[in-house]
Design a binder for this molecule. Structure first.
Ligand SMILES: Nc1nc2c(c(=O)[nH]1)N[C@@H](CN(C=O)c1ccc(C(=O)N[C@@H](CCC(=O)O)C(=O)O)cc1)CN2
Length: 289
């Protein structure tokens, strides 16, 4: 089974577009600000895709582009400007940032109520506590959970193996799967005999940035394989971390690259922008006693 993230994303757009139109009719217009510093070619594409999707759904979208020598102090000031702007519901700083900027400091500077990426210590804490409150979660892992649910793949009791320990994908992915009742194994670049672990996975999530790291022989027959990689092969073609052409014959379900996880990341960003707008509106309407 091919897990078609592009088709699912387009399907979810229909309801989101209608919801945004309804909110706008009540005077609430969800608004997202994306800040990008520098000229990383992949980031330019992702930010462009985010803007295009927001416009398609009727979400207001501002892209703030700055040169690679934009300073940390200037970035903090820009974030503060949008923290203070009540018309803005979500603020996202595209990662990676140039080396002279401290990512942690930037993430912590975003008002927690506008942390549409779910990267703030507060949101991450809630995720790892399995809080039942509403809070944003890193968009790629949350989008993967939406995809698993759509295709009736229930992680409960399953062995999920995560390859890659990034804050954006690997770590929150493991927490979401654990919260959904999976038994989770984290693996990463220092893991010895990686294949011995991946071969035991009922659900295998690969997010390493190494093109075709996972071969068909590394996969348990029938497993669900989720490829988060956005790599280039020797011909410059976009490929994943999984050798899709051979892996698809072993896996029970698999995401393609492109058209798998990527579109679901963007759809989740839009869902969380709408959610933050509704929560902000509710806070305004309900004075704190
Ligand atoms: N602030 C953030 N920065 C980054 C995040 C994030 O969630 N928040 N995630 C990644 C990249 N990412 C989101 O920004 C992302 C990756 C891929 C896609 C996507 O649409 N992929 C397409 C192919 C695009 C192409 O042609 O290159 C697909 O898979 O079909 C969207 C978003 C890093 N930074």
């Amino acid at each position: 089974m091919i897990l078609d993230g592009k088709a699912l994303s387009n399907q979810l757009d229909v309801n989101m577009k209608a919801e945004v139109a309804e909110l706008k009719a009540t005077g609430l217009s969800p608004k997202l600000v994306v800040i990008i510093v520098g000229h990383d070619p992949a980031s330019q594409i992702y930010v462009h895709n985010k803007h295009r999707k927001a416009i398609k759904l009727g979400i207001e979208s501002i892209i703030e582009r700055r040169e690679a020598d934009f300073t940390e102090a200037e970035l903090l000031q820009l974030i503060d400007q949008y923290n203070c702007d009540d018309s803005v519901h979500g603020i996202l700083v595209q990662l990676p940032l140039p080396k002279h900027i401290d990512e942690g400091k930037i993430i912590r500077a975003i008002d927690v109520h506008k942390d549409v990426d779910g990267f703030s210590p507060e949101s991450v804490g809630k995720l790892f506590n399995n809080s039942h409150e509403h809070y944003p979660v890193s968009c790629t892992p949350k989008g993967i959970m939406t995809m698993l649910s759509h295709y009736h793949i229930d992680p409960k009791g399953q062995h999920a193996v995560i390859v890659g320990d990034s804050n954006i994908v690997g770590r929150p992915m493991g927490a979401l799967l654990l919260n959904a009742g999976a038994t989770v194994t984290y693996t990463h670049i220092l893991t010895e005999n990686l294949s011995a672990h991946t071969k035991t996975a009922d659900i295998l999530i690969v997010a390493t940035g190494v093109a075709h790291l996972i071969k068909a022989a590394d996969i348990k027959p029938g497993a669900t394989v989720i490829d988060v990689g956005m790599d280039r092969d020797e011909n410059g073609k976009l490929v994943g971390d999984v050798d899709y052409d051979h892996a698809k014959d072993v896996a029970g379900a698999i995401t393609p690259v492109p058209g798998g996880v990527g579109p679901m990341t963007i759809t989740t960003l839009m869902q969380q922008t709408i959610e933050l707008a509704k929560v902000a509106d509710h806070r305004t309407l309900q004075p704190v006693r």
